[in-house]
Design a binder for this molecule. Structure first.
Ligand code: NAD
Ligand code: MG
Length: 385
């Protein structure tokens, strides 16, 4: 029986993780759950999975939950301290990190420091603090299993191979809903257009990131730290069918890939049960019905967020944290219809240009850069408005 905690249990990844736990009650026990809002769903999850401890952001929500759950309910905590307490719960051995955004960093880092293995969906943890997180993973002797489908594909394609024989990592990208649109078309796309992802059903923030291709940029940074491969050896190919989830090219020219239908349950289950595979009831991949798989170079002019991510990696230290923070603020403003789709990269670029890079040796320096990036992006949005 593996005892797990889920940070962000009411989100798209959190819900899929609990579906797997429900299908395998003899393998997984849920010890802690945390959520940002969506109290009704959290309450349902608590009644079904009976965790020991839960946390929500607002104390007001925690109070409501305590009242509704009564005496035999779990301990209900609130705030960042509550998230940290759940992340570190002594009974659990693994934490599924599935909060969206840089808010996932502090509880994930706390779980690592408490010696928990991590199933990492929250890519922002590695984007903002990659070297510090990887260092902590080694120092605390824990394992980090990628949940992001591309990184899970690379992780699987590296199994049984030597790292010093890797030539390149190739991340695939669906290209999102705007893959076929021209730059002129992108000037008038709406929030609803951007939220209509062709292949994957995900939370709103990552869906917009897929439309701008910032998602792939964040994934390049994630891969750089997770697999310790420099950016110049990480390529991105557009693959609109989302069947080949990513590839590893070796020095002898062999290329190993992982394929499957686009469903996050496969990478989540692999992270939860590594090195074993769990039987899942997903439709099989029917390559003959698909007939063809296509690949092409990304268009960096149409999708500048991808180029900005490589640039932030090159700048190093606090730059990726600022890129991420400015992106979170810009995406939020776009979702609130305060800025246009093409304003998103403009704001991120300006924030990066205005940032004074500083060394990254401690988590509080990441948090400081994150805060600066958010304030700067908000200022830039205001001056534009
Ligand atoms: P989501 O928006 O559906 O869910 C996010 C979860 O985090 C919810 O439970 C929410 O209540 C909680 N949350 C939000 N803000 C919070 C805060 N400030 N503090 C604490 N909790 C907070 O997001 P998602 O699509 O499940 O994505 C989660 C993470 O996984 C993201 O980092 C995303 O990039 C990554 N990811 C998601 C997918 C996917 O298919 N959804 C695929 C790959 C990677
Ligand atoms: Mg992904």
């Amino acid at each position: 029986m593996k005892k797990i905690g889920i940070l962000g249990s009411t989100g798209s990844i959190g819900v899929s993780t609990l579906d797997i736990c429900a299908a395998y009650p003899d393998r997984f026990q849920v010890v802690t759950l945390t959520a940002g809002n969506n109290l009704a769903l959290l309450e349902e999850q608590i009644r079904r999975f009976r965790p020991r401890q839960v946390a929500v952001i607002a104390e007001e929500s925690a109070e409501q939950l305590r009242k509704r759950l009564g005496f035999d309910g779990p301990e209900v905590l609130s705030g960042v301290e509550g998230l940290i307490a759940c992340a570190c719960h002594s009974e659990q051995e693994m934490v599924v990190s599935a909060i969206v955004g840089a808010a996932g960093l502090v509880p994930t880092m706390a779980a690592i420091e408490a010696g928990k293995d991590i199933a990492l969906a929250n890519k922002e943890t590695l984007v903002t603090a990659g070297p510090l997180v990887m260092d902590a993973i080694v120092r605390h002797g824990v394992r980090l299993f990628p949940v992001d489908s591309e990184h899970s594909a690379i992780f699987q394609s590296l199994e049984g191979h030597r790292k010093d024989e890797v030539r390149r990592l190739i991340l695939t990208a669906s290209g999102g809903p705007f893959h076929k649109k021209s730059l002129a078309d992108l000037q008038t796309v709406t929030r609803e257009d951007a939220l209509a992802h062709p292949n994957w059903s995900m939370g709103r923030k990552i869906t917009i990131d897929s439309a701008t291709m910032m998602n792939k940029g964040l994934e390049v940074i994630e891969a750089r730290w997770l697999f310790d491969v420099p950016a110049e050896r990480i390529a991105v190919h557009i693959h609109p069918q989302s069947i080949v989830h990513s590839l590893v090219e070796y020095i002898d020219g062999a290329v190993i890939a992982q394929l499957g239908i686009p469903d996050m349950k496969t990478p989540i289950a692999y992270a939860l049960s590594y090195p074993r595979r769990l039987a899942l009831t997903l439709p099989p991949l029917d390559l003959c019905a698909l007939r063809c798989l296509t690949f092409e170079e990304p268009d960096l002019e149409k999708f500048p967020c991808l180029a900005l991510s490589y640039q932030a990696l090159e700048m190093g230290d606090t730059a990726p944290a600022v890129l991420n923070a400015a992106n979170e603020v810009a995406v939020d403003a776009f979702l609130r219809e305060e800025i246009a789709f093409l304003d998103i990269p403009i704001i991120i670029r300006a924030a990066l240009e205005n940032h004074q890079i500083s060394a990254l040796t401690r988590i509080d320096e990441v948090l400081k850069a994150d805060l600066w990036g958010r304030q700067e992006a908000r200022r830039l949005i205001q001056v534009r408005g």
